[in-house]
Ligand binder design. Structure first.
Ligand code: USQ
Length: 388
């Protein structure tokens, strides 16, 4: 999972003594071997890859941490797709088992290995819910007035919108516990929707190319729209497109992780929480940008998700900006970079995977019953404004 980050992670491995954790699949394993080799050729540097399922192979995880004695552990080892998590009972149960056990095992393993490693965890903006704060969403903790008039600063209430997002809320509670009980040093990154495909590291070699998900289960909204625009397919806006979300380019994601690793909390500090987003946008406005650039139509289809049709979203990202992040905003030049990748690999596109295939509940499934996956046909490839 999140293999889009792998080359950047290699840079971290070289710069620091770090262990990176990923979710595991067979194809992921062989892909990693190819990419590790490519990175060695590009940079002259070697890193070690270990294939461990941290949700199940606890003893191997403890041994790895003992052997490596890492300063930091970047924890990406979670099932990371909200729609996949909502497909059926099997995917809901897998998402909970994998994500929650993995995070708990990691904390236990750091304690058992007796290594003071800083955990940098990939969380999500979705833990806050959308538009539930009554104002700007603060970074992790919110000022409240308790009954009796006492002022307090507490962990922001959890408002998950999917089982995937619920696992990140459960993680957040676990981080609070292990910090309090065992003095673990933890940073939780509340990340928005990632878009784009290359980082300055991955662009160095074809074999370092990131995964690009365009399907309804794994593809995130802007990458899906960019793919649909490039392939001449009407854009799949769910409902009115009034959903406002936080967005971040993959290069900024990588930069934020570097900043987080460079700025660990001290022993005894509370869990550090950053909002990892560059900007907020409404889905229909994002669709309009892509439609303008490619000339494809916008197709408002029934929403497969149980979510507010319209919401406002105001998010603080001051901490990363104060530490040097210069946010990359939605940009036609970067859209073209994604479009080039889509066109290069267009033969791999299966149009039957474009419509949503995961429905949050029975009512949403019924409302989407007329969506026919076989009805989507790839149109003519579209030129973008920059002529790519
Ligand atoms: N949407 C559409 N059309 C599409 C796909 C999505 O209108 O073809 C809408 C969705 O209904 C939703 C919004 O776009 O309102 C965002 O959907 P998304 O699939 O891009 O993002 P989401 O499912 O919320 O989750 C993704 C990743 C998750 C990450 C999260 C950041 O799966 O790993 O944590 O983005 S956030 O949502 O800010 O929590």
């Amino acid at each position: 999972m999140h293999s889009k980050m792998t080359a950047f992670m290699r840079k971290l491995v070289e710069k620091y003594n770090i262990v990176i954790l990923h979710s595991q699949t067979n194809s992921f394993h062989s892909l990693c071997q190819v990419r590790v080799q490519a990175w060695k050729e590009v940079s002259g540097k070697e890193i070690t890859f270990k294939n461990i399922d941290i949700a199940k192979e606890y003893d191997l995880l403890v041994q790895l941490i003992k052997d490596e004695q890492p300063d930091s552990i970047v924890h990406f080892a979670e099932q990371r797709a909200a729609p996949y998590s909502m497909k059926n009972s099997k995917t809901k149960r897998y998402t909970i088992d994998n994500n929650v056990s993995g995070s708990n095992n990691l904390c236990c393993a750091i304690i058992d290995a007796e290594v003071d490693a800083h955990i940098v965890h990939l969380g999500t903006m979705g833990v806050y819910g959308y538009g539930t704060s009554g104002g700007e969403i603060p970074e992790g903790y919110i000022d409240v007035t308790l009954p009796g008039g006492r002022e307090a600063n507490i962990l922001h209430p959890a408002h998950p919108g999917s089982i995937y997002h619920a696992t990140k809320c459960l993680d957040a509670i676990m981080w609070q516990f292990y910090q309090k009980n065992d003095d673990l040093r933890i940073t939780d990154l509340h990340q928005g929707i990632v878009w784009g495909t290359n980082t300055p590291q991955t662009i160095k070699d074809e074999r370092l190319v990131n995964r690009f998900d365009y399907d309804g289960d794994y593809g995130t909204v802007l990458n899906r729209f960019l793919m649909q625009g490039a392939m001449g397919v009407p854009l799949t806006v769910y409902g009115t497109g009034g959903q406002t979300r936080g967005f971040i380019h993959v290069t900024d994601t990588a930069k934020c992780i570097e900043i987080a690793v460079d700025n660990p909390p001290k022993k005894g500090d509370r869990v550090e929480i950053f909002n990892q987003i560059a900007e907020t946008r409404r889905v229909r406005d994002v669709a309009a940008l892509v439609a303008d650039q490619t000339g494809v139509e916008v197709n408002n289809i029934p929403n497969p998700r149980q979510e507010a049709a319209e919401n406002e979203l105001d998010v603080s990202n001051k901490k990363f900006c104060n530490l040097g992040l210069e946010p990359t905003t939605l940009d036609a030049g970067l859209f073209d970079e994604v479009t080039q990748i889509v066109k290069k690999y267009k033969d791999r596109c299966d149009p039957t995977k474009i419509l949503p295939a995961s429905f949050w509940n029975k009512k949403r499934a019924q409302e989407c019953a007329d969506l026919d996956p076989n009805s989507v046909k790839l149109g003519e490839e579209k030129e973008t404004v920059n002529g790519v």
